[in-house]
Design a protein around this ligand. Structure first.
Ligand code: AMP
Length: 126
């Protein structure tokens, strides 16, 4: 069910194509709920994207529409990816863009996982 005020899911977005195997990705992890792969333009030494396997256009859509088992499974997968990559000792940052002001480019919900160096302020000044 689309969330009120949000556009319908666009099944031609780049992550939908990755999920269908139409374009490649550098896969890190996959399970029933999530696919994780390296960002094509990394902004940190480790920059992984974790996406749900089913079509949700944003965090707003996912949090409102996904069954609870899927929400739990997805976020457990995010935690597992971070742990399996050995990121817990030095730490990491999770980020999810939602909508125009955030600069969300790909309209399929995803979590960015950044790590590998001190990451600075959460939101740049200016
Ligand atoms: P966002 O601005 O939160 O929507 O982030 C979209 C992210 O997807 C950006 O960091 C892009 O570098 C990344 N991206 C775009 N196309 C690909 C691709 N084919 N494979 C991996 N990452 C991609």
């Amino acid at each position: 069910m689309p969330v009120s005020g949000l556009p319908p899911y666009d099944d031609q977005n780049i992550f939908a194509k990755i999920l269908r195997g139409e374009i490649p990705c550098r896969k890190v992890y996959e399970d029933a709920f999530a696919l994780a792969f390296h960002d094509i333009a990394p902004q940190a030494p480790t920059h992984v994207l974790v996406i749900p396997k089913r079509p949700y256009c944003s965090f707003a859509d996912f949090s409102a529409s996904a069954p609870e088992a899927e929400i739990a499974g997805f976020f457990r997968a995010v935690g597992k990816v971070a742990k399996d990559l050995g990121l817990e000792t030095q730490g990491y940052r999770l980020l999810a863009n939602m909508g125009e002001h955030s600069g969300q480019e790909v309209p399929h919900f995803h979590v960015h996982l950044f790590a590998g160096r001190p990451l600075g302020r959460m939101i740049p000044n200016g």
